[in-house]
Design a binder for this molecule. Structure first.
Ligand code: PEP
Length: 256
C-alpha cells in the first residue's frame, strides 16, 4: 500500500515572514495532519529554517527543499549541498523541476547526479519528469518521459530507485490552470511504473510513489488522486495558501 504524499512547491515565493504566516494559518486549521497522507511543503532556501521551526506547530507536517547541488561542498557560489539540507532537517528535495530544466539548463545528466547525491545523503529526491505541449501534441510524451527517467535513474541500484519519488508534471499543465485529465495522468503513471520495472524490478515499480503535478487544486484533486497509480500531488499555486493545501490533504485522507 503506497502512502499518499501531498507536496507543495512554493517556488520563488513565501520568504521567511510569509512562510511563518503560512504555518500560523495552517495551525489554525489543524495541529496534526495525521499519518494517512504525508504532507510537505518545499520552501525557498532562505525560508527553510523559519519554515522548519514553524512547521513544528503542526504535527506530521514536513518541510523540504526545491533544489540541491550534486557536490558535497566547495567553490560553487550560490549553491546548497545535500548534507546542508539534511543538517537543517529536510527529508525531501525536488530535483529536475521543469523550470530548472528550462531556465537553468539542467540536463538529464545533471538531474541524475543530483538524484544520486540526494540518495547518498539520505534525502528523498522527488524527481520531476514531463513533456511539453508540442511533445504531447505529437504523441511523444512516453518517449520523453522514458528518456528523462532513464537519464536520471540509470546506474542506481533497485534499492536506491525504491527510495525515490517520481512526480509526473506535464509542463503544459504547470501554472497554466490547464490540468491533465485523470485518464491522461493514470496512463502516464502506469507507463512510468513500466519504465521503473525495467530499470529496477516489478516490486520496486509497484512500491515507488508517483505524484501528479500540474494545476492540482481542491476542485480537481479528488478525481486525480482517485486514479489507481496516482500517489499524491506536487502542487505549486494551490500550496501557497494553507486552506487550499489543507483541502487537498483532507481529500487524500478521505481516499486513504
Ligand atoms: C509545480 O510547481 O510543480 C506545479 C505543479 O505548479 P502548479 O500546481 O501551480 O501548476
Amino acid at each position: 500500500m503506497r502512502q499518499f504524499l501531498i507536496a507543495g512547491n512554493w517556488k520563488m515565493n513565501l520568504g521567511p515572514a510569509e512562510s511563518k504566516a503560512f504555518f500560523t494559518d495552517m495551525s489554525a486549521l489543524t495541529n496534526d495532519v495525521g499519518t494517512k497522507a504525508e504532507v510537505l511543503v518545499c520552501a525557498p532556501f532562505v525560508s527553510l529554517s523559519t519554515a522548519l521551526e514553524a512547521a513544528a506547530s503542526v504535527k506530521g507536517f514536513q518541510v523540504g527543499a526545491q533544489n540541491l547541488h550534486f557536490e558535497n561542498n566547495g567553490a560553487y557560489t550560490g549553491e546548497t549541498s545535500a548534507s546542508m539540507l539534511k543538517e537543517l532537517g529536510c527529508q525531501y528535495v525536488i530535483v529536475g523541476h521543469s523550470e530548472r530544466r528550462e531556465y537553468f539548463g539542467e540536463t538529464d545528466e545533471i538531474v541524475g547526479k543530483k538524484v544520486a547525491k540526494a540518495l547518498q545523503e539520505g534525502l528523498t529526491p522527488i524527481l520531476c519528469v514531463g513533456e511539453v505541449l508540442a511533445e504531447r501534441k505529437s504523441g511523444e510524451q512516453n518517449k520523453v518521459v522514458e528518456t528523462q527517467l532513464k537519464g536520471a535513474l540509470d546506474g542506481l541500484s533497485a534499492d536506491q530507485i525504491a527510495k525515490t519519488v517520481i512526480a509526473y508534471e506535464p509542463v503544459w499543465a504547470i501554472g497554466t490552470g490547464e490540468v491533465a485529465s485523470p485518464d491522461q495522468a493514470q496512463e502516464m503513471h502506469k507507463f512510468i511504473r513500466a519504465v521503473l520495472a525495467e530499470l529496477a524490478d516489478e516490486n520496486v515499480a509497484a512500491s515507488v510513489r508517483v505524484l501528479y503535478g500540474g494545476s492540482m487544486k481542491p476542485d480537481n484533486a479528488e478525481e486525480l488522486l482517485g486514479q489507481p497509480d496516482v500517489d499524491g500531488g506536487l502542487i505549486g499555486g494551490a500550496s501557497m495558501k494553507a486552506d487550499s493545501l489543507f483541502k487537498i490533504v483532507e481529500i487524500a485522507n478521505k481516499l486513504t
